[in-house]
Design a binder for this molecule. Structure first.
Ligand SMILES: Cc1cc2nc3c(=O)[nH]c(=O)nc-3n(C[C@H](O)[C@H](O)[C@H](O)COP(=O)(O)O)c2cc1C
Length: 218
């Protein structure tokens, strides 16, 4: 199935609710077959993917993600960016249903995505702030998974809650040494594929020459 690239880029929203239609492994393989062409630093392709079929493993993942979700909702309720750099979370967690986690066994596809840190050049790893450049070698791959899924008539969402529980999740998932959990991706036939996306206009984030420069008008 072909999807116009421009349309796909502008209209691939997060889908979190899916029909009961199963997605077979051949389709998952076809999606990964496209996503593997994603860019990465030095073309080292440091991603690893676990296609999580086992209901017990899925439950373990959901049990680890649920407290993180509640923590996120609690922080969000007091208006802060949850888990933001330089901020401590002073809000209590709020127990909140989350269909992705509460019905994880029924989700057609659950992918755990890891990154091999020994194959990532962490250009900003020495700075006195959280390193961000390493993610650039795995998140384009994750986004390509979503775009390829869309081209197969599927929808989904990238989530990162499991990374917060990595110490407990790592042994459960058999995460190799020196690997980090980058994302859990949920896929399926979307009940509703959001296509009208709310995104900020170019002029709100683009300036000329410097980040404090004149607005870029195009
Ligand atoms: C790095 C990253 C982490 C995300 N983590 C979560 C998450 O933990 N749970 C979730 O439901 N959605 C998660 N999302 C999905 C975002 O909430 C979604 O992309 C954003 O709200 C835009 O939604 P829209 O595409 O429907 O407009 C994440 C997306 C990204 C790119």
């Amino acid at each position: 199935m072909n999807l116009d690239l421009s349309y796909a880029l502008r209209s691939t929203g997060a889908a979190r609710a899916f029909t009961a239609d199963p997605v077979d492994d051949a389709t998952v393989a076809a999606i990964l077959e496209h996503a593997r062409f994603a860019p990465s630093g030095g073309n080292r392709q440091p991603w690893r993917v676990a296609v999580v079929h086992d209901p017990a493993m899925r439950q373990t993942m959901a049990d680890l993600m649920r407290p993180v979700w509640n923590e996120y909702v609690g922080a969000n309720a007091v208006g802060s960016t949850p888990m933001a750099f330089g901020r401590s979370i002073d809000a209590p967690p709020i127990a909140t249903p989350n269909a992705l986690l509460d019905q994880i066994e029924a989700i057609p596809v659950v992918l755990a995505v890891a990154v091999d840190l020994t194959r990532v050049a962490l250009m900003d790893g020495h700075l006195d702030r959280p390193a961000v450049t390493g993610g650039a070698s795995v998140y384009p791959f994750c986004w390509s998974v979503l775009l390829a899924a869309r081209a197969h008539g599927l929808g989904g969402v990238i989530t990162t809650f499991l990374s917060r529980a990595e110490p407990a999740a790592a042994p459960a998932l058999g995460l190799p040494r020196d690997h980090a959990l980058a994302a859990t991706i949920f896929l399926g036939v979307p009940l509703h594929q959001p296509t009208k996306l709310r995104r900020n206009p170019v002029e709100s984030f683009t300036t000329v020459d410097r980040f404090d420069g004149a607005p870029f008008r195009g």
